[in-house]
Write a protein that binds this ligand. Structure first.
Ligand code: ADP
Ligand code: HGS
Length: 427
């Protein structure tokens, strides 16, 4: 047991870029929902990736099965987070990635914002800071509201929410904080099960009802299932398919999950692709403006540039959870290897422009000790989208997660051990 790592004081961030990031949340929510409905786009865009990456293929196979049975998800719930870095060179807000599954570290973000507000209220004059410049962060409440509203839309007060979790979960208090609000504020019972347990305990009735034990499941909330490590055998894949086939609301559905892959991020950045999904020209402009450079490894020009200047690029596999990317000279080595082999393996990766944010001094507290470092930060804005058929019930920006790490660190992520939870101070 240890405390969530946190920064002692907030990072400064321009108010204009903050507003830009918050404005993008409902736009990305809507984009995820639109892309999720285009099964052909998802299958086509991921068709080569699935030949090179088994995990993507297994997810896409479940998606194919849903297309074959013409499965409709009438109630759709997305709990997303779009992560950005402010590129120092161009002073532009660039999206690192869009997470559509198991977006976490919700509660610590809320608690650290109260810690910083308190510290500044006590020492504001000394520090020359005003806690009024720390945006409210009630992300946990908004996520609980979204899950509760999806449960209400399912319309069976005896049904439960099933949280799909990892057996060795280290971040469980982040989850329990959210689940306890669901119980106390909305009277919703949440049961936590691993995919292995679900394969053993769950039953799919002919009418699509999902039962776990003797409880009917209204909403399946994934806090696992985003990494191959969560599928050690066929048992876990059986559980994923069973839940997908059910009439329970999946958060996320297999389609929402696939929209959040890095390959789809790269495809959506291609010219004229957003126009397939979004009508409003201004919205398209706002979305496109935050796209960093993104290429597949068949783009010989981009690959040539990356071999010449590997430090300006990142190679990404189709993985979530932090710790999976390729940086620096390894970018060149990987590209040369894949070029030589001209292997299909290239389709498992995307190439991305490396973003260099502003650096700033920070005091990072990890395992009870404080380290003063030169740091860089990543700004994540949570979003919640709930829809029942044609009715959009929620499409909100839901608070934030700031992650700060040493400026020399390539990878990021709190649970993966690189970054700490931070807060934002608007300037
Ligand atoms: P994951 O889904 O595993 O979290 P990400 O794409 O979010 O993978 O990358 C993990 C971390 O790597 C990010 O939190 C960030 O710190 C760093 N990172 C990823 N992409 C870039 C990039 N284009 N430029 C700079 N840093 C990046
Ligand atoms: C949980 N065990 C994420 N989620 O949002 N990371 C960080 O807590 O439920 O560690 O940087 C799972 C990714 C932000 C916090 C962990 C997106 C997880 O790693 C889930 S997929």
């Amino acid at each position: 047991m240890t405390h969530s790592p946190f920064s002692l004081l907030p990072i400064s961030f321009p108010r204009s870029n903050w507003q830009q990031a918050c404005e993008l949340a409902p736009l990305f929510n809507e984009l995820v929902d639109r892309v999720s409905l285009d099964g052909e786009f998802l299958q086509e865009s991921l068709s080569r990736t699935k030949e090179a990456d088994v995990f993507t293929r297994r997810l896409l196979d479940i998606h194919s099965k849903m297309l074959e049975i013409n499965k409709r998800e009438e109630i759709r719930l997305g709990l997303h987070r779009s992560d950005y870095m402010l590129d120092a060179q161009t002073n532009s807000l660039l999206q690192v990635e869009l997470n559509t599954i198991s977006t976490s570290s919700i509660a610590p973000g809320c608690i650290v914002s109260e810690l910083h507000r308190n510290l500044i209220n006590q020492n504001g004059k000394l520090l020359g800071l005003d806690s009024g410049n720390i945006p409210r962060n009630n992300n946990v409440s908004q996520y609980a509201e979204a899950l509760a509203k999806a449960w209400i839309e399912y319309n069976n007060s005896r049904a439960v929410i099933l949280a799909v979790v990892q057996a060795d979960e280290h971040n469980m208090y982040d989850q329990l904080w959210l689940l306890s609000i669901l119980k106390e504020r909305y009277g919703v019972t949440v049961i936590r099960k691993t995919l292995t347990e679900i394969d053993a305990d769950a039953v799919l009735l002919p009418d699509g009802t999902l039962l776990v034990g003797d409880r009917e499941v209204a909403v399946v909330y994934f806090r696992a299932g985003y990494t191959p490590r969560d599928y050690p055998s066929e048992s876990e894949w059986r559980a994923r398919l069973l839940m997908e086939q059910s009439s329970a609301v999946k958060c996320p559905s297999i389609s929402y999950h696939l929209v959040g892959t890095k390959k789809i991020q790269q495809e959506l950045a291609k010219p004229n692709v957003l126009e397939r999904f979004i009508e409003n020209e201004d919205d398209i402009e706002k979305l496109r403006k935050c796209f960093a450079g993104l290429w597949d490894l068949d783009d010989s020009n981009a690959v040539k540039n990356a071999i010449k200047r590997p430090e300006l690029f990142v190679i990404k596999p189709q993985r979530e959870g932090g710790g999976n990317n390729i940086y620096g000279d390894d970018v060149r080595e990987t590209l040369l290897k894949l070029e030589k082999e001209r292997s299909e393996e290239r389709a498992a990766y995307i190439l991305m422009q490396r973003i260099f944010p502003f650096t700033a001094p920070a005091c990072l507290v990890r395992d009870g000790s404080c380290h003063q470092v030169n740091s860089v930060s990543e700004v994540g804005i949570f979003g919640a989208y709930l829809r029942n058929k044609e009715k959009v019930i929620m499409n909100d920006e839901c608070g934030y997660l700031i992650r700060t790490k040493g400026s020399t660190a390539n990878e990021g992520g709190v649970i993966s051990g690189y970054a700490v939870i931070d807060i934002i101070y608007l300037t």
